[in-house]
Ligand binder design. Structure first.
Ligand code: ADP
Ligand code: MG
Length: 240
């Protein structure tokens, strides 16, 4: 992201945001509610247009105010997204949730998509739930399905927006485990989360954002143990 600026009406939600994420890097984004974390990652996969600056994802460039076009289509295909509220298709079974996009968008045959989908369900340790509907699963299971669904498109980048915030405490660990594995396998990830233990252990870099600006960034040890800015200190003292 280069000098990205985004407004909602008069509200300047992202202010000159510059961010470069390398292949294989895991970046954790932290910041108070309303600071622009969701907007930042929604801009990255073209879910939200921005007004100034430029965004490039894996060689695909997004220009200001772009709402469709080839670059956007390619970015949406190559970037997986996991939301706080799972957003699974409620009237589709678990396995159908995984095969829908690969058959429709990537042109995989039903058999190929099914085989791949079941492999992914195994990877998130939920293969025995393939024929169930999302509401028949626990929150932690639904979120693992959502991760598998994103992976079914072979993304080059995975975006997570508070993936454990809607979960009961006892289910947070199973979702973080899957994300930890993904990071170990070398997936490029940008993760908005308040799970500081996860950030400390898995993140290569932590970015603190306040009122739409990147205030501070660095390795987790530096940000958590020796924050430079008062606002970062303030924020950390409230959540740690
Ligand atoms: P965070 O994810 O850090 O909580 P958001 O990116 O969701 O923050 O929101 C940043 C700011 O933009 C907030 O002030 C929020 O109210 C505002 N905002 C978010 N989405 C919209 C929208 N669709 N329309 C208008 N304002 C919005
Ligand atoms: Mg948010």
């Amino acid at each position: 992201m280069e000098d990205v600026n985004k407004y909602f009406g008069d509200l300047h939600v992202l202010q000159n945001v510059n961010m470069a994420v390398r292949t294989g890097e895991v970046v954790v984004v932290i910041g108070a509610s309303g600071s622009g974390k969701s907007t930042l990652i929604r801009c990255l996969n073209g879910l939200e247009p921005f007004q100034r600056g430029r965004i490039e994802v894996d060689g695909n460039e997004l220009k200001p105010n772009e709402r469709n076009g080839q670059a956007l289509t390619r970015i949406r295909r190559q970037v997986g997204m996991v939301f706080q509220q799972f957003n699974l298709f409620p009237h589709r079974t678990v396995i159908e949730n995984l095969t829908l996009a690969p058959t429709k968008v990537k042109g995989l045959s039903e058999a190929e998509a099914d085989r791949k989908g079941r492999q992914l369900l195994e990877r998130v340790e939920i293969a025995d739930q393939a024929e169930k509907y999302p509401t028949q699963l626990s929150g932690g299971q639904q979120q693992r399905v959502a991760i598998a669904r994103a992976l079914a498109m072979d993304p080059r980048l995975m975006l997570f927006d508070e993936p454990t915030s809607a979960l009961d405490p006892e289910m947070i660990g199973e979702v973080l485990d899957v994300m930890r594995e993904l990071a170990k396998e070398g997936m490029t990830m940008i993760v908005v989360t308040h799970e500081m233990g996860f950030a400390r252990e898995v993140a290569d870099r932590v970015i603190y954002i306040d009122h739409g600006r990147i205030v501070e960034e660095g390795p987790p040890e530096r940000i958590f143990d020796q924050p430079e800015h008062d606002r970062t200190k303030d924020f950390l003292s409230r959540i740690l």
